[in-house]
Design a protein around this ligand. Sequence first.
Ligand SMILES: Cc1cc2nc3c(=O)[nH]c(=O)nc-3n(C[C@H](O)[C@H](O)[C@H](O)COP(=O)(O)OP(=O)(O)OC[C@H]3O[C@@H](n4cnc5c(N)ncnc54)[C@H](O)[C@@H]3O)c2cc1C
Length: 523
Amino acid sequence: MRERRFCWALPVISRKSTALVKEGYWLLGFMATPKIKRDMGKAASLRPAREVTHWDREADVVVVGLGAAGACAAIEASEAGAEVIALERMSGGGGTSALSTGQLYIGGGTPIQKACGFDDTPEEMFKYLMATCGPGEDEAKIRMYCDQSVGHYHWLVEHGVPFKESYYGDGSYTPTDDCLSYSGSEQSYPYCNIAKPAPRGHTVQQDGIEAGAQLMRSLIAAVGKTTVKVQEDSLVKTLVMDDDTRVTGCVVRYEGEEQLIRARKGIVLCAGGFINNRDMVYHYAPELWRCRYRAASDGDDGRGIRMGMGAGGSAKRMETGCIVLPYTVPKILMNGIFVNKRGMRFINEDLYQTTVGEAALLHQEGHVYLICDNECFERPFAPTEIAAVEESVADLEKSLGMPEGVLQNTIEIYNEHAANGDDPIFHKGKQYLQPLTHPPYAALDYRVENSLYTVFTMGGLHTLPTAQVLDPDGEIIPGLYAAGRTTSGLAAQGYSSGLSLADGTFFGRMAGRHLTDRAVPPA
Ligand SMILES: Cc1cc2nc3c(=O)[nH]c(=O)nc-3n(C[C@H](O)[C@H](O)[C@H](O)COP(=O)(O)OP(=O)(O)OC[C@H]3O[C@@H](n4cnc5c(N)ncnc54)[C@H](O)[C@@H]3O)c2cc1C
């Protein structure tokens, strides 16, 4: 049965049709989403190889999912001479990657960073990612990615992904065709003291379509130049494993029939994350479950992760996610202060919006307000309710149900230091420090129930930098690889924009290389 579904995305994304729109896609307002063949079934129940009497198709490498990670895995494996089949459940590739805003976190001294006058080194990038991507950061992956990041940029360009030699400024979203921007907390305390700040967000150049669609148009065109056989409308249901616990193939539903596909060398699971599987989110990541908006396509139902777990794969950091709290546009709002339900500040407001989103949701019960005075108040770009407006801070505190005197005290201390261009408690950047002294005072409502917390999952299968999937004992599962949001990648609770597409494309490539015995650079 075909079912029309739509997915959620940040309100900033495309208002246009995309060239990826083809049969099986339809337009919903500002975005294109594919039809999905829905069959939940049991992904984790393996098919024993001894029960397989025949294979319908076979290849050296079978890639599950044709988003950014899958496309890169397929290209690398094919260019190394492997016979590759790529299976995609939708009627066209692209996945969530095609719906994204197309920014990749790349650094260490790319040609664009140099052309725009920014110095960067793999070491500074490493220091920044090690400081932000934890707790539980994967040092081996971060090391390898930082060392190979410039090479990855060149690989993307060689495969047709366009980047313009231009600097946009700050922010995770680039509404123009410009490329480079600060897409994390590089310039803010404490990270500016840990690593030399450099902009590393590289947004794919838009050309009549949004950057994420352009990224996938380029990568799918690159797949088309190889010998990869793409089979669409093919839902991979589960994996086939032999008695030696080697993954040897998969079970696919194609045109209403079951199809068995053999993978002589291995399978790469690139089937996205699990934010659209509400049961999984409730079970593994209950804080993300509270958020109203999901940045994902329908394919993010966790099937890839469950198939990997069924084959004995270990899952890692499943509670983690990218948590966007979109309050930074217009920038003047960062002159306000975030307070919790007790009226106390908890963070420097100039940090990247996912860092603030994580702090608010995970450490302040998702119950926070942005307090502005008349000087710094403007309507946020992202629809936001106003919880209260009062002529005095004392009245605002009362209206918000805060303990008497706490918000007054918070603002008094903040104002005293801000007047001297200082924030000794949280070290907000000087350019955002302005005493809040002009009534009326407003509290913007950033409680999780009322606001636009937008999330996708970052947890997934535990993999090596080679993209090989590990079991709970840390042993490699022969024949099983994974990349992108089916895995736990570079970032956990410490997302900088661009890291998801960066690790998906990079470790997808590493899977393709390792499967074809091409050297994977040492971690
Ligand atoms: C609006 C928006 C903006 C974003 N902006 C950015 C950004 O600028 N930078 C960034 O880094 N991240 C961004 N993200 C997040 C990012 O897009 C995703 O995390 C990333 O694209 C995941 O890539 P992937 O290759 O792992 O998965 P996907 O691109 O989702 O690809 C997975 C593919 O697998 C297919 N599939 C799933 N299950 C099966 C199955 N069982 N059988 C066969 N096929 C299957 C799916 O249909 C899909 O095509 C954004 C997300 C959204 C929604």
